[in-house]
Design a protein around this ligand. Structure first.
Ligand code: CU
Length: 76
């Protein structure tokens, strides 16, 4: 095996306290999934955290997308 170049993948973690059910999870996941550069969205309803994985993702764009979906995102 050769050493593949490291992918420039970054992770953004946001707290979205208002998420309470699978409907919220789906709404936030689809909204954040449309943000440029996002390749993966993980929502944890127990901790109310949204973990966004991607390349060159703008944090403010993720916050705005969550806001447009009707939820407030803040620092975890
Ligand atoms: Cu809900």
């Amino acid at each position: 095996m050769t050493n593949a170049p490291q992918n420039d993948v970054e992770e953004i973690v946001l707290a979205v306290p208002a998420m309470s059910c699978s409907h919220c999870e789906a709404a936030v996941t689809s909204a954040v999934g449309m943000v440029a550069g996002v390749t993966r969205v993980d929502v944890d309803l127990a901790t109310k955290l949204v973990v966004v994985t991607g390349r060159g993702v703008v944090r403010d764009a993720v916050v705005a997308a969550i806001d447009e979906a009707g939820y407030e995102a803040g620092e975890p």
